[in-house]
Ligand binder design. Structure first.
Ligand code: NAI
Length: 342
C-alpha cells in the first residue's frame, strides 16, 4: 500500500488500462524473419498479446538487438533470439504458431511473382525446419508471392509426411484490412463495424473483394465498385511506389499479421467465434488453393464459409472467372518448384 502511494494517479490508471499486462494464456509464437521490415513491428504487436508466454525471434542476422529491445516491455511473454540456420530448430521446438515474413519485398516496378526465385527457396528451407520441429503448429505464410509460397509449403510438408491442410494459412488479412478501411472511408461508415470478405488470392486481380457481401449491408454505384476493387487490388503497389525503393507494406502488414496471430491464438484457446479470410487448400472452387473466409478452431480450419461465393453480383462473377487462370498458374508454379526439388 505504501508503494502504491508513490505511483502517480495517471500512471496507475494507465497501467490498469494496459490490460495485456495480465497473462491470459501461455502460447508460444515464433517469427521467422523477425528482424525485417514486417518482422520487427509484428514482434512488437505480438509482444503485447496477453495470450503469449514465449516469443521466439529468428532471422539470419540482426535479431539479437531486436529481441533485447523488445524484452524490456513489461508484458507477459519472454522474448528469445535465434540467429542463423544452426539455431533455427531451437526457435521452433514446442511452439504453437509459426509466422513467416522472411524473404525479399518488392521494389517499384516489380510484381509479387518477381520475388519467386528468392522467396521460394527461403520458404522451402524454413518449412522443412517447421516440419521437423513443430509439425503440429499453425503456420502463417506472409512471404510473397503467397499464391505460390503456400502451395510450396504444402508440398514440402507433404514430402515430410506431416501436412495438415487445416493448419497451413496464407496471410491475406491485409487485403481485408485495406478493404474495410477504404469502404468505411468511401461510405462514411464507422470503421469498427465494416467487414468486407476478400477471396481468391493475394496478387493483383486475384485479390477479389466481395463488396456485395459487405457488412453492414451497403449499396455501391458501379463506379464505386470499380474504383474500390481496383484500389484494394493495387493498394500494395500504392505503398511500394510511395516508399520508392525502400520496400513494401510493413506497418499495415504487421498490424494485419498480428490480427491473424491473435485470431489463431483465440481459436486455440477455445473461442468458438473466430472467422478470418485466408489463402488455404480449398475445395470451394476447382482451384486447389483459394482464399476465403474460414472458421478457425483449436485444430485449425473447422469450416470454409461457402456462402460468401453464393449470390455474387455479375461484376464479382466475372472477376472470379477472370482471376482463375492467373491464380492457377501461380499455384502450379509453386507446386512444380517444390516437386522438382525432390
Ligand atoms: P525485409 O527485407 O524488410 O525483411 C525480410 C527479413 O527476412 C530480413 O530481416 C531478412 O534477414 C530475413 N530473411 C531472409 N532470408 C531469411 C531466411 N532464410 N531465414 C530467415 N529470415 C530470412 O522484408 P519485409 O518488408 O519484411 O517483407 C517480407 C516479405 O513479406 C516479402 O516477401 C514481402 O513481399 C512479403 N509481404 C507480404 C504481404 C502479404 O500481404 N502477405 C504484405 C507485404 C509484404
Amino acid at each position: 500500500a505504501l508503494r502504491a502511494a508513490f505511483v502517480p494517479k495517471a500512471q496507475k490508471r494507465n497501467q490498469r488500462s494496459w490490460n495485456y499486462l495480465q497473462p491470459q494464456a501461455s502460447y508460444k509464437v515464433t517469427i521467422l524473419g523477425a528482424a525485417g521490415g514486417i518482422g520487427q513491428p509484428l514482434a512488437l504487436l505480438v509482444k503485447m498479446s496477453p495470450l503469449v508466454s514465449a516469443l521466439h525471434l529468428y532471422d539470419i542476422a540482426n535479431v539479437k538487438g531486436v529481441a533485447a529491445d523488445l524484452s524490456h516491455c513489461n508484458t507477459p511473454s519472454q522474448v528469445l533470439d535465434f540467429t542463423g540456420a544452426s539455431e533455427l530448430a531451437d526457435s521452433l521446438k514446442g511452439v504453437d504458431v509459426v509466422v513467416i515474413p522472411a524473404g525479399v519485398p518488392r521494389k517499384p516496378g516489380m510484381t509479387r511473382d518477381d520475388l519467386f526465385n528468392i522467396n521460394a527457396n527461403i520458404v522451402k528451407s524454413l518449412i522443412e525446419a517447421v516440419a521437423d520441429n513443430c509439425p503440429d503448429a499453425f503456420i502463417h505464410i506472409i512471404s510473397n508471392p503467397v499464391n505460390s509460397t503456400v502451395p510450396i509449403a504444402a508440398e514440402v510438408l507433404k514430402q515430410k509426411g506431416v501436412y495438415d491442410p487445416k493448419k497451413l494459412f496464407g496471410v491475406t488479412t491485409l487485403d481485408v484490412v485495406r478493404a474495410n478501411t477504404f469502404v468505411a472511408q468511401k461510405k462514411n461508415l464507422k470503421l469498427i463495424d465494416v467487414d468486407v470478405p476478400v477471396v481468391g488470392g493475394h496478387a493483383g486481380i486475384t485479390i477479389l473483394p466481395l463488396l456485395s457481401k459487405t457488412k453492414p449491408s451497403v449499396s455501391f454505384t458501379n463506379e464505386e465498385i470499380q474504383e474500390l476493387t481496383v484500389r484494394i487490388q493495387n493498394a500494395g503497389t500504392e505503398v511500394v511506389e510511395a516508399k520508392a525503393g525502400a520496400g513494401s507494406a510493413t506497418l499495415s502488414m504487421a498490424y494485419a499479421a498480428a490480427r491473424f496471430v491473435e485470431s489463431s491464438l483465440r481459436a486455440l484457446d477455445g473461442d468458438g467465434d473466430v472467422y478470418e479470410c485466408t489463402f488455404i487448400q480449398s475445395e470451394l472452387t476447382e482451384l486447389p488453393f483459394f482464399a476465403s473466409r474460414v472458421k478457425i478452431g483449436r485444430k485449425g480450419i473447422e469450416a470454409v464459409i461457402s456462402s460468401d461465393l453464393q449470390g455474387l453480383t455479375e461484376y464479382e462473377e466475372k472477376a472470379l472467372e477472370a482471376l482463375k487462370p492467373e491464380l492457377k498458374a501461380s499455384i502450379e508454379k509453386g507446386l512444380a518448384f517444390a516437386q522438382k526439388q525432390t
